[in-house]
Design a protein around this ligand. Structure first.
Ligand code: R7I
Ligand code: MG
Ligand code: MG
Length: 360
């Protein structure tokens, strides 16, 4: 079903989200695993963004990492197959990995690729289930590549949840890995369907995500002895985001980075990175100290990087949501010239848009 939205706006949002994935990844990867940025490092980051956005700046092209590589496989498979085809998708993941293994892939996921190649894709699901002693990966690898699925499902919520689950379980079967991908997908889909000219109400936005995660993270019998925050951890994190933004808007002593990181986190697990990306997107509507830009999409990405840790992935996920909300007009054209494969990502967004608007 094609959404009831101006199609030229929708296509800009498709390109915005795909380019948000790419630019967040390219800009964030040099800082991956760093400590949160000091004031001096934030000044350097600010200057480097300013230069990249300025005319005639010459610099080596910034390379993308596994986040964009896997996203590329997802979008190419959706376009070719006009839907989710797990066999094709897993082959594309594995082929791309063996062509370019040095894109900074997660340490565990490589085992999944080896096993899939070993069984000649006859059993797609077991390798992921065997990860981490049978509990499955809780990394953010499912969430970091989910943007094309959110765009493909556009305004079909049930299809979105279902497809995200299936695509994620090829590599990540831990409940947190899967639910983190679903949360990221819902945040992108929701942003896609909103009018960027109307003010974004962070509380309403979060309330909707909380209600949806409440259903997705249904109480499981095996967890009954746990507290609510352990049973429904993403829902709990979303409430924390709300409190942190509230505090930053009403209190002059806005939350400091260490408080944000203590509560939300910045590591490779989905639970401690997807909510952080959503926080960066929502917080970046408003000015942020030590980040000088009028552009809220740039602010979201730059802010994510200042938090340190899994910077490429958190910036990329924040970029995917921000791009789906603001559209490509908020991405600086000069900056794109410095990102590897930007033209290709734009073209893939256009092709996906054609598929979505002609399929049903
Ligand atoms: O999730 P995944 O694809 O990694 C994505 C991250 C992003 O930051 C990328 O930019 C790239 O740098 O990697 O790959 P996985 O290997 O499945 O998970 C990532 C890491 O999370 C693992 O290498 C583990 O360190 C950790 N991890 C776990 N640790 C203990 N127990 C994931 N699941 C578990 C677990 O169950
Ligand atoms: Mg990466
Ligand atoms: Mg990363």
């Amino acid at each position: 079903m094609i959404p009831k939205m101006d199609l030229s706006l929708l296509s800009k949002k498709f390109r915005g989200s795909m380019l948000g994935v790419l630019t967040g990844d390219c800009l964030g990867s040099p800082y991956e695993n760093d400590e949160p940025l000091s004031t001096a490092s934030k000044v350097i980051l600010q200057k480097s963004f300013d230069k990249l956005e300025g005319p005639l700046f010459k610099a080596p092209v910034m390379q993308f990492t596994d986040d964009s590589a896997m996203t590329k496989s997802v979008v190419e498979s959706l376009i070719e197959k006009r839907g989710l085809d797990l066999d094709d998708l897993s082959k594309k993941f594995v082929k791309r990995y063996y062509q370019e293994p040095n894109r900074g892939y997660g340490q565990g996921i490589v085992t999944v690729f080896q096993k899939l190649r070993g069984n000649k894709f006859s059993d797609l699901m077991t390798p992921a289930r065997e990860q981490f002693n049978g509990q499955g990966s809780m990394g953010n690898g499912g969430a970091m590549r989910v943007a094309p699925i959110a765009l493909f499902c556009c305004n079909d919520y049930d299809q979105l949840v279902n497809m995200t689950k299936r695509a994620t379980k090829l590599t990540h079967t831990h409940k947190f890995g899967v639910n983190g991908a679903i949360l990221q997908a819902i945040a992108i889909q929701k942003s896609l369907m909103m009018d960027p000219k109307q003010a974004l109400n962070y509380a309403t936005f979060l309330e909707d995500l909380i209600n949806k995660m409440d259903v997705i993270e249904e109480n499981d019998e095996e967890f009954l002895e746990l507290s609510e925050s352990e049973i429904q951890p993403f829902k709990t994190q979303l409430r924390i985001i709300e409190r942190l933004i509230e505090k930053s808007l009403t209190n002059e002593n806005e939350p400091h980075t260490d408080e944000i990181l203590k509560l939300l986190g910045n590591n490779v697990t989905a639970l401690h990175s997807v909510p952080t990306a959503i926080f960066c997107f929502l917080r970046a509507q408003y000015p942020i100290a030590e980040i000088n830009t009028e552009n809220p999409m740039r602010r979201a990405i730059q802010y994510a990087i200042t938090l340190g840790g899994d910077t490429d992935t958190i910036a990329s996920m924040a970029g995917a949501i921000a791009g789906a909300y603001y559209g490509e007009d908020n991405i600086n054209a000069q900056l794109l010239n410095h990102c590897e494969a930007a033209a290709e990502f734009k073209e893939l967004a256009n092709k996906l848009f054609d598929v979505v608007t002609t399929i049903k």
